[in-house]
Design a protein around this ligand. Structure first.
Ligand code: SAM
Length: 332
């Protein structure tokens, strides 16, 4: 089986597939307060068959893990169809979803039936008022109902992703730990990243991995021990405590980058293959597909694109250069 290897000898085993750049929430570090919703003609977006074709090429190139993201992927009505198309290609392919959970109650069952088995739910607060403020209008109750439905459905694991915003939700670290343990959910804290203008503007609220670890240890009264396993093959560092049955993940993209182990690239909903979250390198796949590129040439195009993957991001050194990137297009 061919492998996708970049110029720094990293193997690409994971594709994040953004199915829309529209979102029903406007989180402070992700979307501008006013405007900012991306507009696009229907034809600018990849359709279900085009997304399936690109994923099929990645499968031929040895990729076995796909995560649907967005914008908010559940705004796209044909997401279950896209997922089941890919599931039908190869039953062993690992399909997962990142969602804000607002529509999960309605879609959990059909998503599970379509072959998606793992879920990440973004949730920055379990205080209804604060949740509404951070997301600029979100309804916490709807997300919590979605989580219950997803658990009933059997998604496993369900991970809660919490972006730490100093002075806004850091007072909830302890509550979030207790709540996620009670609910049997995995908790991951994410450092704010300077991506897009809202991300760059939020960096004064950045909380580092070290600060988060300190707070977790104080709360649990125990020292966190790094877990050896790299659960999920993702970027989070996992920690456990000697006595409590608890795993906590931290995504420290800014204070301690993990680019040397990066195994992923991103497909945007408009068909660009983005090679790094913090850099602009990308290659268009939409037009070649619409021009009926052959499978062999599509594989070659992707293989050559991977060679352009930069060595690392420069979140700390080069902040002003990344305001052009938009998290809502890249999918996190
Ligand atoms: N709507 C889906 C969701 O909420 O999970 C998928 C897209 S969202 C862009 C993916 C993740 O990126 C979310 O967990 C969100 O909190 C995170 N995110 C967005 N902007 C960020 C930033 N500037 N720094 C860190 N994480 C960010």
């Amino acid at each position: 089986m061919p492998k996708l290897i970049d110029s720094f000898n990293r193997q690409i085993t994971y594709l994040r597939v953004s199915v829309t750049d529209k979102c029903d929430l406007k989180c402070s570090y992700c979307s501008p307060a006013k405007g900012g919703h991306l507009k696009g003609k229907y034809t600018e977006y990849l359709d279900a068959n085009e997304i399936t074709r690109i994923c099929q090429a990645f499968i031929r190139l040895g990729v076995e893990r796909f995560r649907f993201t967005g914008g908010e992927p559940l705004l796209r009505k044909d997401l279950p169809k896209i997922a089941s198309n890919i599931h039908e290609l190869e039953k062993h392919i690992d399909l997962s979803l990142s969602t804000n959970g607002t529509r999960l109650e309605r879609y959990a069952q059909i998503l599970y039936q379509s072959g998606i088995k793992r879920l990440n739910i973004s949730l920055d607060s379990i205080n209804p008022k604060k949740f509404n403020t951070i997301t600029r209008g979100g309804n916490l109750e709807a997300v919590l109902r979605g989580i219950i439905k997803a658990k009933e459905q059997g998604f496993d694991p369900i991970k809660i992703n919490t972006v730490m915003i100093k002075g806004v939700n850091d007072d909830e670290i302890e509550k979030l730990i207790d709540w996620s343990m009670d609910c049997g959910l995995e908790l991951r804290f994410i450092e704010i990243m300077p991506i897009g203008q809202p991300g760059v503007d939020s960096m004064h609220q950045h909380m580092s991995m070290q600060e988060i670890i300190q707070r977790v240890e104080n709360h649990l009264g125990e020292t966190l021990i790094p877990s050896i396993s790299r659960q999920g093959g993702g970027p989070a560092k996992y920690y456990r405590t000697p006595s409590k049955h608890l795993g906590i993940g931290i995504i420290s993209a800014v204070s301690q980058h993990f680019c040397e182990t990066c195994n992923r690239v991103r497909l945007t909903s408009r068909g660009r293959l983005a090679l790094c979250l913090g850099q602009e390198h990308s290659v268009d796949l939409r037009e070649p597909i619409r021009d009926n590129i052959s499978d062999a040439d599509l594989d070659k195009l992707i293989t050559q694109a991977i060679e352009l993957k930069p060595e690392r991001h420069y979140f700390n050194e080069n902040r002003h250069n990344i305001v052009f990137q938009k998290m809502v297009s890249l999918g996190g």
